[in-house]
Design a protein around this ligand. Structure first.
Ligand SMILES: Nc1ncnc2c1ncn2[C@@H]1O[C@H](COP(=O)(O)OP(=O)(O)OP(=O)(O)O)[C@@H](O)[C@H]1O
Ligand SMILES: [Mg+2]
Length: 260
């Protein structure tokens, strides 16, 4: 397969909930090694696009190719396929520790040793030890290793967002999908997050949904803009910034928000 082929290729995806067409022939290519931003007003279908790629939502029609092969994953197969995502919000186990939450993201690796673990084999112990070590490395790289034993619920939101990222990173995904990673973060935390994601791009391809425009514009190589379930623009941040259709879509949202 040619190297230039997109890592992820979603073609003409259609998704409807009841009578509502939430995605209408949405096509998105994610090139290897790029950071692709998916932006658009509230309700545009961004999370639904992620859910469809991840197999949480079945499209009515359309195709998804991952690494050139058809992708119809069940959600529990994602990490094994090389895809990890963070959820809009947190999606952590609040009463587990930071370390346990991150280890949960490596579940497929742990599970392969489950039977061996029942037999208490030294091999399974070694494997578990490796996963813990790897989780600590991930926490270290996110600057929160000191929080490893703490219960998530007791930690500030910004730290918990990093834990969620750590949980996605431990599986060493080839495609990392982040749904509003900067939501609820302070300005400093947002800048730090952009740095972290930039640092990941040597190892993984990133798809990110975000409302925070400065974050998106500074971080992403390419942007896709959704509005009412349709792609209304795609291009570099500079191209998108001046696109009249995009400006109109966001103006509509501003007016709505102002009226509310
Ligand atoms: N499970 C569902 N059942 C019915 N409607 C849904 C469901 N999930 C999403 N929707 C609707 O689909 C549309 C798109 O939702 P989606 O969550 O994908 O938008 P979004 O672009 O992620 O918005 P936001 O920026 O607010 O997160 C919305 O109108 C939403 O109400
Ligand atoms: Mg969303």
């Amino acid at each position: 397969m040619p190297e230039f082929e997109a890592l992820l290729r979603a073609g003409e995806l259609c998704v409807a909930f009841g009578g509502l067409q939430v995605l209408n022939r949405v096509s998105v290519d994610v090139a290897r090694g790029e950071v692709l931003g998916v932006i658009g007003p509230n309700g545009a279908g961004k999370t639904t696009l992620f859910n469809t790629v991840c197999g949480f939502v079945r499209p009515e029609s359309g195709s998804i190719l991952f690494d050139g092969k058809p992708l119809r994953p069940r959600p529990h197969q994602l990490t094994r396929l090389g895809i990890a995502r963070t959820l809009q919000g947190l999606g952590l186990f609040p009463h587990l520790s930071v370390l346990e939450n991150v280890i949960a993201g490596a579940s497929h690796r742990v599970r392969t040793g489950a039977i061996a673990a029942l037999l208490a084999s030294p091999w399974a112990e070694r494997r578990e030890h490796r996963v813990r070590e790897r989780a600590m490395e991930v926490l270290e790289s996110l600057g929160i290793a000191a929080e490893a034993p703490r219960i998530c619920a007791s930690l500030p939101y910004g730290v918990r967002k990093r834990v969620a990222l750590g949980r996605a990173l431990i599986s060493e995904p080839r495609l990392l999908m982040l749904d509003e990673p900067a939501a609820g973060l302070s300005a400093t935390e947002t800048t730090e997050l952009a740095e972290i994601v930039r640092g990941l791009r040597e190892r993984t391809t990133v798809m990110v949904v975000e409302h925070h425009m400065e974050f998106v514009m500074n971080l992403c190589d390419q942007l896709v803009v959704l509005d009412f379930g349709e792609v209304i623009a795609r291009g570099t941040p500079a191209e998108i910034r001046t696109d009249p259709l995009v400006q109109r879509a966001y103006l509509g949202e501003t007016v709505e928000v102002g009226d509310a």
